[in-house]
Design a protein around this ligand. Structure first.
Ligand code: ATP
Length: 245
């Protein structure tokens, strides 16, 4: 049991979740390393949601609400840290959820499919019995996508994604949104909207934003997207990383 008074309480809770997920068998070995990289960046921004991240979240939610076929892509890390919160966001904005694993094995896909079902989300895409296509005809694991999900999506939220996969998705002409604590990652640089925040803070905040933006005029949402400059916002995000004593 971690005492609540521990200065790194929240961070240690997340570590616990990752270790538990690893024992349950749906994380690749490198998942814990990727988590550690995220942790380091979170430490440097004070484990708080920054202003540029909030701005990007508003634009991301606006883009998803205006999309015809928005999809949230989930991997093991995202599931371990925020399964219920992802389901809530998907329900709020009317998005699909698709399993998309860097190291895809039938066993991992099966466990994650069950997890979402047990948490109340039945129509999970990218499962073993789903109709899988290859983006841009690239016959490679990185290019697999569910026919009714990522393959035909116009906007995709890819939290904690790897750069190769992000590149393929971007080249296939889709609008890409990422949640990635590293503003220097290839994924952050490649995305149309990059949210430099911890997934555990970002997803619930986006659900709140969705409740607000759903009641707003569509033209206003379009203008928010039009006015957003991801490169500029990433620069501002990077400025939030300061080494303080
Ligand atoms: P890229 O291939 O995009 O350059 P990478 O090789 O660092 O980046 P991966 O290790 O495949 O990418 O993906 C993990 C990414 O997710 C890292 O950039 C890491 O900072 C980020 N990350 C890890 N944990 C979290 C978290 N809890 N919330 C948000 N981002 C996270």
């Amino acid at each position: 049991m971690i005492p609540k008074s521990h200065p790194r309480y929240e961070s240690l809770l997340l570590r616990d979740k990752m270790v538990k997920a690893s024992k349950e068998g749906y994380l690749a070995d490198s998942a814990l390393i990727a988590h550690g990289r995220g942790e380091a960046f979170d430490y440097l921004i004070g484990e708080k949601t920054t202003y540029p991240a909030k701005r990007a979240m508003y634009v991301a939610v606006a883009a998803m609400l205006l999309s015809d076929n928005p999809v949230i892509s989930v991997n093991g890390n995202a599931t371990a840290l925020a399964c219920d919160e992802i389901i809530e966001l998907a329900n709020s904005i009317g998005a699909k959820i698709e399993i998309n694993l860097f190291y895809r094995t039938d066993e991992r896909v099966k466990i994650i499919t069950e997890l979402y079902k047990n948490h109340g989300f039945d129509n999970i895409l990218g499962s073993l019995d789903d109709d899988i296509e290859y983006l841009q005809d690239i016959k490679n694991q990185r290019a697999t996508a569910s026919k009714t999900g990522i393959y035909s999506a116009d906007t995709i939220l890819i939290p904690l994604e790897d750069g190769d996969r992000a590149e393929i998705l971007k080249k296939s002409g889709k609008r890409i949104i990422t949640i990635d604590l590293n503003p220097l990652s290839r994924t952050s640089k490649m995305s149309n909207i990059s949210i430099m925040d911890n997934i555990v803070r970002a997803i619930p905040f986006m659900t709140k934003i969705a409740e607000d933006l759903k009641t707003q005029d569509k033209q206003m949402l379009k203008e928010m997207i039009y006015d957003f400059d991801n490169e500029e916002n990433l620069k501002e995000s990077l400025e939030q990383i300061r080494i303080k004593e």
